[in-house]
Design a protein around this ligand. Structure first.
Ligand SMILES: *Cc1c(COP(=O)(O)O)cnc(C)c1O
Length: 378
């Protein structure tokens, strides 16, 4: 047996929904299935306004337009994240300012944000990692003190909670991803989540190539024209149909992932404190959506051995992010490895275990046995 790191998943109703969209005669964005997904997301996750877009990356780029990022603005983000989090703002001319993460939760450390705040800070971008958000209230308070906007990159965060609120509904702007590696997917897709009503109209313009077409559709104007920056930030209705099928199965998906995550946790608890490794700490104010499960070894060498041994035994475990601040692009912005020591250290020592919706009980058992045997012999 070989257990993959991820396996794209179908709930079963995708095919008939996509066929329905094809036969409806309307295939572009903002038609029947997009409307259904949008309503479902707004109601289920208490988000004020949702825009379905082609990817999590496109969603981040749209938030950059909504935040009116200008050349020279500073945007604070964790070094330990995906390249898209930085690109979205750098594409508008912002200077990325990399902050460090907490060594136990692997998400943005508010103390590090505090140190990086300046008069030029225009936005702060915490990310949700594997279902865990940093202390968003604290970060919002800090950002407010310099007039900066908080945009949570919750690409991985659908279905997770922060202080009892759904992730995506907490900060003025946020995003989800529906890439095939995320909990809920339509292959490629994403959403911009707007909780500040002042940004609703600009969201409609930006999504429709910077035009006020939404006013024509609403019957307010007869011709639409160019009124803001924007792009084609729309998800086709066929992909929305795919997405609706998965959104409707969200409870089943959540439970499938919880079973796997709980089994990993239970096994690890037998060795925690006895062997040189940790697992991601889930703060008391967070409820995870079980997106990821991580082992943090005390030593990088042991992590490397773990990945090799697991691969030999048929288990595809994987590394986390390579820090952005010390990447080729990060260095071109003037950052040095020592600027975010925790990100460097966690990145070298972390391993992610396979966790996907369709993991069978025998696959789970297979992984558990092999990981446990490695930990026992540490
Ligand atoms: C997956 C992910 C993205 C990118 O989403 P896509 O839909 O693949 O473009 C951005 N940020 C984070 C934190 C992610 O996990």
């Amino acid at each position: 047996m070989v257990v993959p790191f991820n396996r794209p998943y179908l709930v079963g109703t995708e095919e008939s929904y996509v066929l329905e969209a094809l036969r409806s005669g309307r295939h572009c964005g903002n038609y029947a299935f997009t409307q259904k997904c949008t309503n479902l997301l707004q109601e289920a996750y208490k988000i004020k306004k949702v825009f379905l877009v082609p990817s999590g990356t496109a969603a981040l780029e749209m938030t950059s337009v909504l935040a009116k990022i200008q050349p020279g603005d500073e945007v604070i983000l964790p070094s330990y994240t995906f390249s898209s989090t930085a690109n979205a703002y750098c594409l508008r001319g912002a200077k990325p300012v990399f902050a460090d993460i907490d060594p136990k939760t692997f998400v943005l450390n508010p103390k590090s944000v505090q140190e990086k705040l300046s008069k030029k800070t225009r936005a702060v971008i915490p990310i949700n990692y594997g279902g865990v958000s940093p202390d968003l209230n604290q970060i919002v308070e800090m950002a407010n003190s310099v007039g900066a906007l908080v945009i949570e990159d919750a690409a991985q965060g659908i279905g997770a909670k922060y202080r009892g609120q759904w992730v995506g509904s907490v900060t003025p702007l946020s995003i989800y991803s529906f890439h095939e590696t995320k909990n809920i997917s339509c292959g490629e897709g994403g959403a911009v989540l707007v909780n500040d009503p002042n940004l609703f109209e600009l969201g409609e313009f930006a999504q429709e190539k910077g035009t006020d077409r939404s006013l024509v559709i609403a019957g307010v104007k007869s011709k639409y024209s160019w009124v803001s920056l924007g792009s084609s930030y729309l998800l086709s209705d066929m992909l929305s149909a795919f997405l609706l099928a998965q959104l409707e199965a969200r409870s089943q998906i959540y439970l499938a992932r919880k079973t796997i995550h709980d089994a990993y946790t239970k096994m690890c608890l037998k060795y925690l404190g006895q062997r040189p490794f940790q697992i991601q700490q889930i703060p008391s104010y967070c409820e995870t959506n079980y997106h990821g499960f991580y082992l943090l070894f005390d030593q990088a060498q042991v992590r490397d051995q773990f990945l090799i041994q697991m691969k030999e035994k048929g288990v595809n475990s994987y590394i986390g992010y390579l820090p952005l601040h010390s990447s080729q692009m990060g260095r071109s912005f003037g950052f040095k490895a020592e600027d975010c020591p925790v990100s460097e250290s966690v990145s070298a020592r972390i391993a992610r275990l396979p966790l996907y919706n369709s993991m069978s009980p025998s696959e789970l058992e297979f992984v558990l046995e092999r990981v446990e045997s490695f930990l026992r012999n540490l």
